[in-house]
Write a protein that binds this ligand. Structure first.
Ligand SMILES: [Zn+2]
Length: 329
């Protein structure tokens, strides 16, 4: 049995038909983790849907009402880029409940993984980019409300900028300023910083990609096209070091997108499957070293071969397992 819990429900499946978002990936990850004996059946916890009260900690009453009554405007529905249905709304309430449970379990066990979630493009008053509800933000606000944490840090390694996260937790005075950093001949990303409130947000993403408007995170690493393993790991390490010089979170929320992968259809970076696992290991190592609980969500992944996306996500669980075993040994 794993020394931490995995949160999963068959209800994570998104009823969106033929779509570039592989909604079946959650079921496939669950199966693969069991088949390869990375996890056992008793390692999984079944989440309950978040309550409306939880969702309203982040989202506006008007938006929640439109979702629940099926009254989004055609433009709002188009922005989602997934077809609206009451079942879709249920799946997102469940994903948010899963992230709440994973955050609670991370506080208890040091690590927890939601085999879903990471819908970082959802804003308080609208959804976009396949994201209806910002499950990670809901989880953070709920744990703050319950007095279980005061502060959190989001480490967003999806290839796309965490615009919803930045919009929810940002909005603090001060203009972005360049961060001094050593590059040593590498293709330099454009790094910007902004003051943080009670949640410090890091986004490491491809600059020339969706979303066009990128509201400022506490640290944004705007990577040039085609960045590979070595440079990516360097800049992630650099961003994490800078972040921890400024901020001590009670909980680290790792958004482990599979789409920085070189074979991704919606990404333009060039990480290998092995490089992505090293990325996961780096985040878990930092959490362990600083004794900060790490809660994981999976976000995007659009590899030409969906099996690669499944492998990348399963490797994140494997990296968490190896990190825990190192601690035990
Ligand atoms: Zn993405």
């Amino acid at each position: 049995m794993l020394p931490f819990r995995l949160v999963y429900s068959s209800g994570y499946y998104l009823p969106i038909g033929e779509h570039v978002f592989p909604a079946q990936k959650y079921r496939q990850i669950h199966q693969r983790l069991l088949q390869e004996h990375i996890a056992a059946a008793e390692d999984f916890l079944e989440p309950q849907p978040a309550s409306d009260e939880d969702i309203l900690l982040v989202h506006t009453g008007d938006y929640v009402r439109k979702l629940k009554t099926g009254t989004l405007s055609p433009l709002e529905e188009m922005q989602l880029e997934v077809p609206y249905s009451p079942e879709l709304v249920r799946a997102f309430w469940l994903a948010a409940g899963g992230s709440i449970l994973a955050a609670e379990r991370a506080m208890a066990d040091g690590i927890a993984v939601n085999i879903g979630g990471g819908f970082h493009h959802a804003f308080p008053d609208h959804g976009e980019g396949f994201c209806v509800i910002h499950d990670v933000a809901v989880a953070i606000r709920r744990l703050q409300k319950d007095g279980k944490i005061k502060t959190a840090m989001t480490v967003d390694c999806d290839v796309h900028h965490g615009n919803g996260t930045a919009a929810i937790f940002g909005g603090h005075a001060g203009s972005p300023a360049p961060l001094p950093s050593s590059a040593g001949g590498r293709a330099k990303p454009r790094i910007t910083t902004a003051p943080a409130g009670d949640v410090f947000t890091i986004s490491l993403h491809q600059q020339n990609n969706y979303p066009a408007w990128k509201p400022p995170s506490s640290i944004d690493v705007n990577l040039p096209d085609g960045v590979g393993d070595v440079d990516y790991l360097h800049w992630l390490d650099n961003a994490l070091s800078s972040a921890f010089r400024q901020f001590q979170p009670d909980l680290l929320c790792y958004i482990a997108g599979a789409d920085p992968y070189r074979e991704d259809q919606l990404g333009g970076l060039a990480l290998t499957i092995e490089g992505l696992k090293q990325r996961d290991e780096l985040v878990f190592r930092v959490g362990r070293a600083r004794q900060i609980p790490v809660m994981v969500t999976f976000a995007g992944g659009y590899a030409r071969n969906v099996e690669d996306t499944v492998t990348i996500h399963c490797n994140t669980v494997l990296a968490a397992k190896e990190a825990s075993q190192r601690k035990a040994g």
